[in-house]
Design a protein around this ligand. Structure first.
Ligand SMILES: *Cc1c(COP(=O)(O)O)cnc(C)c1O
Length: 543
């Protein structure tokens, strides 16, 4: 299997090159040459597979055996998911006959990004170790310096994915004092020598600007082999396809105790996915295209709703042009949700991991839509689709928007439906599931999913069962959960929500480097001092 860029279409990369490159040099995202189809007997052969066994089967459809053998892949996957606390890795939990929750938060940092980042860290290490083993003693060993900025959510998952990995160092910048105490503690209590937390006196935007400037600095980048771990890395999408398959089998097993075989045969699964950068739900789209039976995927957004607006109108635009700017007139009934508008248009919501202006992985879906849209009229080539995507993305960059043709929108509506949830509705949903039977405490991101599920359920037929992806443990977002449940009879945060792993976390030993001002030179100094740059032991021998 080879990969190509959504904006190129000609050059083909191996899986290893794809994973180590991340973003394509032309600005595009890598996608597989073809979407592999499931083997004929998958329904019976895979039915009782564990998460690890399913990962090996699914991932090996996308990775050539001469790149990673099945035995090597198995070892990588086993190592990656041995860090999860639940034997199923991603267990499926029944809320009622029609709604199940797929809990993705049983990894080391209690959020779904662990599923992808645990594997990505091991893949990085596997490739670097293999490259270095092939080098002669006098050659410089390859190393990777991962640099990222976080407002709290992704930093810890990245740190736990890369801690203690050979030939890799990781530098995570966070705005000092501006991430939640739990998230700050999760990051800074990791004391492995290759992990470096930088507490920058400044804002999250300052941190992000510094990271962008570091990547743009060719000389610095070449010296330190900067690596990114953002959500556009193909390996992250691939790792996330597995739990769609696992939950498919788990759902059928759970339903078989209450349904007749004929009823079970009729069940349609609808996955509902709290969405920001479109990575998690894109993995579901790949699973669907591979042949996993499912209905439309539900895109659940918060009030940063660029995707929900796209599915309404076919316009992909940063700023909503259909409503007047705030203050220009009285807000329409129901449109006010208390979300704060931030400079640049991102709204701060109660589900911060989904606070985005544009969705980086959406470009991958756009490629497939462009390709199929063209195919209708004539036999399209990859290059033509990439050219179309290039034009669309250029227009988003230039004008802040693009309007896709109606037939492209129709294609998008065949596989997806989108719903937006306000902060107020998020709080109400947390409350109603806590008061429900069984009582269940959800985090605000999962609540956005549950609310969207309720809205679309009205259009579903009787045989549809919803699986809502739960992307974070409620203890990670204690502020929103407490705000929703304050005063609810019988609610006790410590008893109902706080996992044992979080107890005492705030008192644990920390390792953090203070950066006194948001200046790139100060950050460079830290990286130069601590990055692993493996030097050859002696000068090259004379030939
Ligand atoms: C990252 C994240 C999301 C959004 O996932 P995408 O793949 O970016 O769509 C949702 N919830 C939580 C808790 C997250 O950390």
């Amino acid at each position: 299997m080879k990969y190509f860029s959504t904006r190129g279409g000609n050059e083909l990369l191996s899986f290893e090159e794809t994973v180590l490159t991340g973003l394509a040099p032309d600005g595009g995202l890598y996608i597989p040459e073809t979407i592999p189809q499931l083997p004929e007997n998958w329904q019976t052969e895979w039915a009782n597979h564990s998460f690890v066994e399913l990962s090996v089967e699914v991932l090996s459809l996308y990775i050539s055996r001469d790149e990673i053998s099945k035995a090597q892949l198995r070892a990588l996957v086993e190592k990656s998911y041995s860090t999860f606390r639940h034997p199923d890795v991603t267990p499926l939990r029944k809320l009622n006959n029609k709604v199940f929750v797929l809990e993705l938060f049983h990894g080391p940092t209690f959020a779904f990004k662990d599923v992808a980042l645990q594997l990505l860290g091991n893949l990085f290490e596997f490739f670097l170790t293999r490259r270095n083993a092939k080098k002669a003693a006098y050659e410089k060993q390859e190393s990777l310096t991962v640099v990222g900025a976080t407002s709290g959510d992704t930093g810890s998952a990245a740190i736990y994915g890369l801690r203690n990995k050979a030939d890799i160092s990781i530098f995570i910048l966070h705005p000092k004092g501006r991430v939640s105490p739990i998230q700050e503690a999760q990051m800074t209590t990791v004391t492995d020598s290759n992990v470096h937390n930088l507490a920058v006196k400044g804002t999250f935007d300052d941190c992000q600007d510094i990271v962008k400037a570091l990547f743009a600095d060719r000389e610095f980048n070449a010296t330190h082999h900067l690596g990114a771990i953002n959500s556009i890395n193909w390996a992250r999408i691939l790792a996330q396809t597995v739990y769609y398959f696992l939950s498919y089998f788990h759902l059928r097993r759970q339903l078989s105790s209450t349904l007749q075989p004929s009823e079970l045969a009729d069940v349609k699964i609808q996955y509902v996915v709290p969405t920001g950068n479109f990575g998690d739900i894109l993995a579901g789209y790949y699973a669907k295209r591979m042949g996993l039976p499912m209905g439309q995927l539900v895109v659940a957004t918060n009030s940063n709703d660029i995707l929900a607006r796209f599915w309404k109108s076919g316009a992909y635009e940063k700023v909503d042009s259909s409503t007047p700017p705030v203050g220009a007139s009285a807000p329409a009934a129901g449109s006010s949700d208390g979300a704060q508008t931030h400079i640049g248009g991102v709204k701060e919501t109660l589900s911060p991991a989904m606070d985005i202006l544009v969705s980086s992985n959406f470009e991958r879906l756009l490629w497939y839509l462009a390709f199929e849209g063209l195919e209708k009229s004539h036999s399209a080539t990859r290059r033509e689709a990439s050219k179309t995507v290039n034009t669309w993305m250029h227009s988003v960059k230039q004008d802040g928007r693009v309007q896709v043709p109606i037939k492209v929108l129709e294609l998008a509506r065949r596989d997806f439906v989108a719903e937006r949830t306000s902060d107020e509705q998020t709080l109400e949903t947390i409350r109603s599931y806590f008061l429900g039977d069984p009582s269940y405490v959800v985090d605000p991101h999962t609540a956005v999913g549950l609310h969207a599920a309720e809205v679309v359920a009205g259009q579903n037929d009787a045989s549809t069962v919803q699986v809502v992806l739960s992307t974070a443990h409620p203890a990670k977002f204690s502020e929103a959960v407490t705000r929703a449940l304050e005063g609810a009879a019988g609610f006790d945060f410590e008893k109902d929500v706080l996992p044992v792993e979080f107890r005492g976390l705030l008192e644990k030993e920390r390792r953090v480097i203070d950066v006194e001002a948001p200046k790139i030179e100060l950050v460079k100094k830290v990286i130069e001092q601590f990055a692993i740059n493996v030097e050859p032991p002696a000068a090259a021998p004379s030939v």
